[in-house]
Design a binder for this molecule. Structure first.
Ligand code: ADP
Length: 768
C-alpha cells in the first residue's frame, strides 16, 4: 500500500524532482555507509589500541620486575663481602634499595586502581608485594644483625651462618621463585600484545570493508533508481514518440497519446494531443478549402471555356462582315469610275475596317496570352536587317508626319540571333508607332545596343521621343489593357491594347518593358533581352519586286464559292473573275451539291458555318463521291482556332484559308493546287513592262536550320508545327513560295512519308 502510494506520488513528481530525489537517496546511502564504516572501524581500532597499550604496559612492568628480582637473586653474592664491613654495608644497602624499587613499582601498579588484565597476574602482583615486603624485613634484620659481625673476625662464621639462613629462609625462596612465574605471565602478555596488533589490523580492514560495501550499496541503489527513473521517464516518452511517428507516417489524426504522468512527458503528451487536434482541424479546413478551390477552378475553367467560345464566335461574326467591307474597299479602291470624294469615302471605310481588324486581332492576341495559349515561335534570323526593316517602316510614318526619325544601331550588333521575330517586331513597331503618334514636333530615336555574353548577347532596345510625355500617374496605367491617357484626339487612333500586349510579350521573353517620361518633354520606352547567338542564320532578303498578277496561262478553271454571306461570295467572285476563272456561287452546302453536278468545278472555296448544310458536311459529301473526290477543296473561315482548321482538314479540305481573305494567300493556294503559271505586270518601270512568268519548278530551299527543324517536326508528327514553319517561310520571302507550298500541300494531306522524302531531298548530302 505504501509502495503504491509512493509510486503514485512519484508519478506526480516532475522529471527534475525524480532525478534529484534518486541521486539524493544514492548519495545518502553512500554517506551513511561511509560514516558507519568509519564509526565501527574506529571503535574496534580504539579498542585494539587500548588493548595493545595495556599489554605493552604490563609487558614493561613485568620486564622491570623480572630484572630487579633476577638482580637480587644471588643474595649469596654477599658472602665474599662479609669480611669487609664497608663493602658489605654498601652491597646490602644496594640490595635493600632494589627491594625498595620493586616494592614501589608494585605499589604504584597495585594502587593505581588499574588492575592487570589477567586476574592471575593481578593476584600474583598483589601477593608478590607482600612477599617482597616480608623479604625486605628479613633482609633489613639480616643487615642490622650481620653488619656488626663483619667488623670482628670471630663474627665471620656467625655472619656466614646468618647468610645461609637468609638464603634458605622461605621469604627468600618465595621472592626468588617469582621470576619463573613472571616469565609465564610475560609470555601471556606478549601473546596479548600480538593479539591486540592483529585486532588493530582487523579493525582497519573491517573499516575499509564497510566503506567499500556502502559505496557499492549506494552505487547499486543509484543504479536501481536510475533504471527506475529512466523507465518511468522513457516509457511514456516512447509512447509519445510512437504516436507522433504513427500520426506523421499514416496521417492518422484520430490518434491520441495516453497521458500517464503529470511530469514534463505528461505535459508533452497533452500538448501533442492538442497539436494533433489542431492539425486535424486544419486538415479539415484545408480539405474544404481545396474543394472550394477545385470548384472555383472548375467555374473559372468553364468561364474561360465560355470566353474562348465567345471569342471564337465573335471573331467569326465580326470578321465575316469585315471581310466584305475590306474586300470591297480593296476592289473599289482601284475603280476608275469613282469620284475623288467617293475614293476618300472608300479610303475611310478601309481605314476603319483595318482599325477594327487590328482591334479584333489585338483582343485575340491578348486573350491568347492571358489564356497562356501564345507560345513564342523562336527561330534564327538576321538581326541587323530585321532592325533595319522595322526602322524603315517607322521612318516612313515619321516622315509622313514631318518629324525626324533616328535609328542608331550599335556597331557590334550580332549578325544572327534566336528569338521570336514576329513578336519582337510587334513590340518594336508598337513602341515606335506610339512614339511617332505622340510626337508632333521633334524626333523619335530608336537605339539598339548589344553586349557580348559568354553564350549569347545582351540586347538593349530604347525608343525615345520628344512628344507629349506623361505624368507619373499616367505612366502607372499605360500597361493596363484599354488604358489611354492624355490627349483625346490621339485616342481614337489607337486601341489602348498595344502596350498591354507588348508588356506581356516582353514578359514571355523573360524581361520587362520600362518607361521614363516627363509631361511635355517626351518619353523613353526600353527593355533588355538576353538572346542566344545564332550562327546558321538565314540571310533573308526582305524586299522583292512584286508585280501585279494579270492572269494565268493554260486552260480555264472552274471555281465554286460556297458562303451564306453574299459579301464574301461576291468578293472572291470579283477577284477571281478578272483573272480569267469561271465562277459560280452557292448559299450553303445543299445548294452547292445541287450546282456541283451541273457546274463540275475544279476548285471549291467553302465557308464552314452555314445554315441548312454546313461546310464540314459538304466537304465530307464531295470526298465520298467518286466523281468529285479530286476537286481542290479550300475551307475558309474567320475562326482563328486551330481545332476548327483541323476539323475542316479532317472533313476533306485540302487547305485552310483564314478570313478576312488575303488575296495573295488565296492566289498562292490556287497556284499551288492547280499548278498555275501566273502572268505578271511589272509596276516599277512603266516604260518597259516585262511579263514575269514564275515557274513552279524553281524550288528555292530554305536554310539548313529550317530544313532540320521541319524534319524534326515531321518525325514528331507535329503537322501543325510544319504548317506554321511553312507559313512563316511564305511570309518571309516569295522565293520560298514553291518550297513552302509543297510542304503545305503534303502536310495538309497528311502525306508524312512524302513530306519526309521531300525535305530530305533538300538537305545536302543527306542519305535518303
Ligand atoms: P494606343 O493604341 O492607345 O496607343 P497603347 O497601349 O499602345 O495604346 O498605349 C496606351 C497609352 O499610353 C496611349 O493611349 C498613350 O496615352 C500612352 N502612351 C503610349 N506611348 C506613349 C508615348 N510615346 N508618349 C506619350 N504617351 C504614350
Amino acid at each position: 500500500m505504501y509502495i503504491k502510494f509512493g509510486s503514485l506520488k512519484f508519478h506526480f513528481m516532475s522529471i527534475k524532482s525524480k532525478i534529484i530525489s534518486g541521486y539524493s537517496i544514492a548519495l545518502g546511502v553512500a554517506f551513511a555507509g561511509t560514516s558507519l564504516g568509519f564509526a565501527i572501524g574506529n571503535y574496534y581500532q580504539n579498542k585494539a589500541q587500548q588493548e595493545q597499550q595495556i599489554a605493552s604496559y604490563e609487558n614493561r612492568l613485568l620486564s622491570a620486575l623480572q630484572l630487579d628480582v633476577l638482580y637480587n637473586r644471588p643474595a649469596k653474592q654477599l658472602a665474599p663481602y662479609l669480611q669487609d664491613p664497608e663493602v658489605f654495608r654498601k652491597e646490602s644497602s644496594a640490595l635493600l634499595k632494589r627491594l625498595q624499587n620493586i616494592q614501589e613499582l608494585l605499589a604504584k601498579h597495585n594502587n593505581s586502581g588499574k588492575p592487570a588484565t589477567l586476574e592471575d597476574l593481578q593476584t600474583f602482583l598483589e601477593d608478590y608485594e607482600v612477599t617482597v615486603e616480608e623479604f625486605k624485613q628479613r633482609a633489613t634484620t639480616f643487615q642490622k644483625t650481620v653488619q656488626p659481625l663483619t667488623q670482628k673476625l670471630e663474627g665471620l662464621e656467625t655472619a656466614q651462618q646468618l647468610l645461609i639462613n637468609l638464603v634458605k629462609s622461605p621469604e627468600f625462596v618465595a621472592f626468588i621463585e617469582a621470576p619463573d612465574l613472571m616469565g609465564e605471565f610475560y609470555q601471556l602478555v606478549i601473546q596479548r600484545e600480538i593479539d591486540a596488533e592483529q585486532a588493530l589490523n582487523d579493525a582497519q580492514f573491517l573499516r575499509t570493508q564497510i566503506i567499500v560495501f556502502s559505496f557499492g550499496l549506494s552505487g547499486g541503489v543509484a543504479l536501481i533508481l536510475a533504471l527506475y527513473n529512466s523507465h518511468a521517464i522513457a516509457k511514456p516518452l516512447q509512447t509519445v514518440t510512437n504516436v507522433a511517428q504513427l500520426v506523421t507516417r499514416d496521417s492518422n489524426f484520430n490518434l491520441q497519446v495516453p497521458v500517464q504522468t503529470n511530469d514534463e512527458v505528461g505535459v508533452l503528451a497533452t500538448s501533442l494531443n492538442q497539436l494533433i487536434g489542431r492539425v486535424k482541424e486544419l486538415m479539415t479546413e484545408k480539405q474544404a478549402y481545396i474543394m472550394q478551390l477545385e470548384q472555383a477552378k472548375e467555374t473559372a475553367h468553364a468561364a474561360n471555356q465560355a470566353k474562348s467560345d465567345f471569342l471564337a464566335n465573335m471573331s467569326h461574326e465580326l470578321r465575316t462582315p469585315l471581310n466584305g467591307i475590306l474586300g470591297y474597299a480593296q476592289i473599289l479602291e482601284h475603280s476608275e469610275t469613282m469620284s475623288e470624294e467617293e475614293n476618300k469615302g472608300i479610303d475611310i471605310i478601309k481605314q476603319c475596317g483595318l482599325h477594327l481588324l487590328k482591334l479584333i486581332n489585338d483582343i485575340l492576341d491578348l486573350s491568347k496570352i492571358e489564356a497562356r495559349k501564345l507560345d513564342l515561335l523562336v527561330k534564327e534570323f538576321h538581326f541587323p536587317s530585321f532592325l533595319q526593316g522595322v526602322a524603315e517602316i517607322c521612318r516612313i510614318r515619321a516622315e509622313q508626319k514631318g518629324i525626324n526619325f533616328y535609328y542608331y544601331p550599335n556597331q557590334n550588333l550580332p549578325t544572327g540571333i534566336r528569338a521570336d521575330e514576329k513578336r519582337l517586331q510587334q513590340v518594336l513597331i508598337n513602341l515606335l508607332s506610339n512614339g511617332i503618334k505622340f510626337t508632333d514636333i521633334g524626333s523619335v530615336t530608336f537605339t539598339v545596343t548589344a553586349q557580348k555574353l559568354s553564350d549569347g548577347h545582351h540586347l538593349h532596345f530604347e525608343v525615345k521621343d520628344t512628344g507629349v510625355g506623361m505624368t507619373p500617374e499616367q505612366q502607372q496605367k499605360i500597361f493596363l489593357p484599354f488604358e489611354q491617357v492624355g490627349d483625346r484626339t490621339k485616342k481614337i487612333e489607337g486601341t489602348g491594347l498595344g502596350l498591354a500586349i507588348s508588356q506581356k510579350i516582353v514578359k514571355l521573353m523573360d524581361s520587362q518593358l520600362e518607361v521614363r517620361s516627363e509631361l511635355g518633354k517626351g518619353s523613353t520606352f526600353c527593355f533588355d533581352l538576353e538572346v542566344p547567338e545564332a550562327r546558321e542564320w538565314a540571310i533573308v532578303s526582305r524586299t522583292v519586286k512584286q508585280g501585279t498578277i494579270l492572269g494565268y496561262q493554260g486552260k480555264k478553271y472552274h471555281v465554286l464559292v460556297v458562303d451564306d454571306r453574299w459579301e464574301n461570295r461576291s468578293l472572291v467572285v470579283s477577284l477571281l473573275k478578272v483573272l480569267g476563272f469561271e465562277m459560280s456561287e452557292a448559299k450553303n452546302g445543299k445548294e452547292a451539291l445541287e450546282k456541283i453536278l451541273v457546274f463540275l468545278p475544279d476548285v471549291v472555296i467553302t465557308d464552314l458555318m452555314m445554315p441548312v448544310m454546313n461546310g464540314y458536311e459538304f466537304l465530307k459529301y464531295i470526298r465520298s463521291s467518286e466523281k468529285l473526290k479530286d476537286v481542290v477543296a479550300i475551307a475558309s473561315s474567320a475562326s482563328v482556332f486551330d481545332s476548327h482548321q483541323q476539323e475542316a482538314i479532317d472533313a476533306g479540305a485540302d487547305v485552310f484559308l483564314p478570313k478576312p481573305i488575303q488575296t495573295d494567300k488565296l492566289l498562292q493556294i490556287l497556284q499551288q493546287y492547280l499548278d498555275l503559271e501566273w502572268v505578271y505586270e511589272q509596276k516599277t518601270t512603266a516604260s518597259a513592262q516585262v511579263t514575269e512568268v514564275r515557274k513552279s519548278e524553281e524550288i528555292v530551299s530554305p536554310a539548313m536550320k529550317v530544313l532540320q527543324e521541319l524534319l524534326t517536326l515531321v518525325e514528331d508528327g507535329d503537322i501543325q508545327g510544319v504548317v506554321e514553319v511553312a507559313e512563316e517561310l511564305l511570309a518571309s520571302d516569295v522565293a520560298f513560295t514553291p518550297f513552302a507550298q509543297e510542304i503545305l500541300q503534303l502536310a495538309n494531306s497528311f502525306q508524312l512519308k512524302q513530306l519526309k522524302t521531300f525535305i530530305k531531298a533538300h538537305i545536302p548530302h543527306h542519305k535518303i
